[in-house]
Unconditional design. Structure first.
Length: 740
């Protein structure tokens, strides 16, 4: 299918926009990307890069101007006065210049590279029509072609600057400390060497991959690993990355460049240089994966390269027909120009972009952004969908989902005490507890107003148990907090906060020290068992203890989006055969979401490289779409047959890497997008067959004497049919939309 606009959907434009910022930020990544770009340009042929001529907006302005000039020429052309004729000619000349400007540029660039393109054939057809006295038809060819081309380029104007967006996550300097003297200084990260020690300040972005050698903190790794909750990080003493392998360490000892530190100060020992850090590797993976072109693009390029030269050779030989048959040179030339007009792929040129633009406009009304015709067509071929968990299937923030209380205590009491203790913290888990308490209070107040000031069981509603004013909170890094409330000392944290009964010293061996810090009581068996049961379900747990009394446990998890509830069934109704979760979060949490939503397969604890390998493995068997929202998803998004990002909640990297964006963060639009793309693919196929069929009929007819006027009528008629067929997509309604 020789589609002149499909080449605009390749990754040349993407790479050209992304390479320069990335190169400035990261020489190695930029170099790798530049190499990929050179190879891709060579294979692809042309990238339609008009930045040196003013960009997509100028091209669109030229096309609209050409259409306006042609319309004016048609309106004035009915008059027969000499001044009117001159005005008409001037308008048509202007239309030729405006409509053919970029087509001529691309044709010349193609010729310089040794290629004949459809742009070149369109220019010849328009000039031929003018030569034989039909300049209006030639102008119409240029107008339709330039409008389709310009609109496609304009839709792709927001090039996918994924490399630049990734580079912005990477700090440019680090605080290096001399361990012998204690002196610190700021240095560019390119100067860091393995074994250097860095200061990591609270609430700062970590500058390098490394191992914690001092201090404790929680770190937000969601940008790289997709983990929905901050991860507690602990030090490891005596580690030397120059002689020991940091891959053998537990994840709780490792830090990664680009992640965000929490409230604790730390020292890290550098384990990777700037070019080899995890974030730098993600940058390179995106650059490499984006250069992988689809088979459809290669087939289109191949057909285009063959179609145009055949037409040119045939038309160049036809004027010599008078040497073989008895006719004048003028008659042979007339036949050749008629064949050129008949063979000019006007309908073929507009077949794909008209359908693409109609489908893109229809998707936009539903909050689905297709970044060009390539992704639109590819999405219709997808048979499997891989989904990230955090921020895609889930809300991306923890919520209270389980509350287990000791006998005699209520859920409301437990949440009220926990919320009072956590009210001064900005930790995501603390925020979830406070929200759950506030939600419960609102529900109880609503019940009170409905029942005359009592609960449903007739008991009076108690006043709040505690007042947050004056509460003293001590943070115990990596374990939890201790808070002094009016009711007594409250301990909230994980199981490491509380000693086991076996680890406690005998009472008669404890020294008498009234000034010693209070210690939490030992963990009862029922609490430990409940804690293990919740963790097996993928929950993050908080144990709450008031004085020596264990009030219970709170289980938190990143809950699924409401729009994901019926997603699996809706996707299967539009022909998706396999659904798989690829998550950087822990496997238990990912499985819990997978079971809830009816997903076929779940994989957890994945690095960006793991996700990329999983996508490549799946894509080898069937066309696959990847849906994600974070930096960690970028390589997999780039390698998928088609990539989809969540819009408002997605990171800039995911959005720029992806081919399709769900701008409303509503997964129920995904089945609609797939159904629309499949209908668009059917329309494109219909248009192509109509276009090629018209050429197949008109060319032989022109050879055997078809008049130019008839060729123009049928030729332009096929264009009208193609456009009207494409416009049907504007009224598309998905049969699964209401169910999704």
């Amino acid at each position: 299918m020789p589609d002149p606009t499909s080449t605009a959907c390749g990754c040349d434009a993407d790479q050209s926009d992304a390479s320069d910022p990335a190169a400035m930020q990261h020489d190695h990544a930029g170099h790798a990307q530049g190499q990929s770009r050179c190879k891709h340009d060579h294979a692809h042929g042309h990238d339609h890069d008009h930045s040196h001529w003013g960009g997509e907006r100028v091209e669109l302005a030229f096309a609209v101007t050409a259409a306006g000039l042609l319309l004016a020429a048609w309106l004035i052309g009915g008059s027969v006065g000499l001044p009117t004729q001159r005005i008409t000619i001037a308008l048509l000349v202007g239309c030729y210049v405006a409509g053919g400007w970029f087509a001529v540029i691309e044709a010349v660039e193609g010729l310089r590279a040794g290629r004949f393109q459809i742009d070149f054939l369109m220019v010849l057809a328009a000039l031929g029509a003018a030569y034989i006295g039909s300049p209006g038809e030639g102008a119409l060819l240029l107008v339709l072609f330039s409008l389709g081309h310009a609109a496609e380029h304009f839709a792709l104007g927001r090039a996918k600057r994924s490399i630049a967006a990734l580079a912005e996550l990477r700090p440019t300097t680090a605080t290096l400390i001399d361990e012998s003297s204690g002196e610190t200084r700021e240095v560019p990260i390119e100067q860091l060497r393995i074994g250097d020690t860095l200061i990591v300040r609270p609430d700062s972005r970590i500058a390098a991959d490394g191992v914690i050698v001092q201090g404790e903190s929680s770190v937000d790794q969601s940008a790289l690993t997709g983990e929905s909750l901050p991860v507690e990080k602990l030090p490891i003493a005596g580690f030397d990355p120059r002689s020991q392998n940091w891959r053998d360490l537990l994840s709780e000892h490792k830090l990664f460049a680009g992640t965000i530190n929490g409230a604790g100060a730390m020292r890290l020992r550098v384990t990777r240089t700037a070019d080899d850090m995890t974030l730098a590797r993600v940058i390179r993976l995106v650059a490499e994966a984006k250069t992988l072109r689809s088979p459809t693009q290669r087939l289109t390029d191949s057909l285009e390269r063959r179609f145009v030269p055949v037409v040119l050779v045939a038309v160049s030989l036809l004027p010599l027909a008078f040497l073989v048959i008895e006719e004048t040179f003028a008659a042979s030339l007339y036949r050749a120009i008629t064949v050129l007009v008949a063979a000019s792929p006007c309908a073929l040129a507009i077949a794909t972009p008209s359908a693409v633009l109609s489908a893109v406009a229809r998707g936009g009304r539903e909050g689905v952004l297709f970044k060009g015709g390539g992704p639109l067509e590819q999405l219709g071929k997808v048979q499997a969908i891989a989904l990230d968990k955090t921020g895609t299937l889930t809300l991306g923030r923890p919520e209270v989902v389980d509350v287990i209380t000791t006998p005699g205590r209520t859920r409301a009491e437990l949440l009220a005490i926990a919320a009072a203790a956590e009210s001064l913290s900005n930790h995501p888990l603390a925020g979830a507890v406070v929200r759950a308490d506030q939600k419960g209070r609102s529900a109880r107040l609503a019940a009170t107003s409905e029942t005359g000031g009592t609960r449903g069981n007739g008991q009076a509603l108690n006043a709040p148990l505690v007042n947050a004013a004056g509460i003293q909170v001590v943070r115990i890094t990596g374990k939890g907090i201790r808070a002094e409330l009016p009711e007594g000392t409250v301990w909230i944290g994980n199981s490491r906060l509380f000693p086991s009964v076996d680890s406690l010293p005998a009472a008669d061996t404890l020294p008498a020290d009234d000034t010693a810090e209070p210690t939490p009581p030992p963990l009862p068996d029922w609490v430990r068992q409940a804690d293990e049961a919740l963790q097996a379900l993928g929950r993050t747990t908080m144990i709450v203890c008031l004085g020596d009394e264990f009030l219970g446990l709170i289980g938190l998890a990143d809950v699924s989006r409401p729009s994901a509830a019926n997603l699996a069934s809706a996707l299967r109704r539009v022909g998706i055969r396999k659904l798989i979760i690829l998550s950087g979060d822990n496997l238990a949490a990912a499985r819990a979401i997978g079971v809830e939503l009816g997903i076929d397969e779940v994989r957890g604890d994945l690095t960006p490289e793991d996700k990329l390998l999983a996508i490549r493995e799946l894509a080898a068997r069937m066309p696959v779409a990847m849906i994600g929202d974070g930096v960690n998803d970028a390589p997999a998004l780039a390698a998928a047959t088609v990539s989809i990002a969540m819009g408002a909640a997605g990171s800039d990297v995911a959005l720029e890497t992806a081919d399709v964006a769900l701008m409303a963060d509503d997964l129920s639009h995904l089945p609609f997008a797939i159904a629309l793309s499949r209908q668009a693919s059917r329309v494109i196929r219909q248009n192509v067959w109509v276009s090629l069929g018209t050429i197949a009929v008109l060319v032989p007819a022109a050879l055997f004497g078809l008049q130019l006027s008839a060729a123009v009528i049928f030729h332009e008629g096929s264009t009208v049919v193609v456009v009207l067929n494409a416009l049907r997509l504007l009224a598309f309604r998905s049969p699964t939309r209401s169910a999704a």
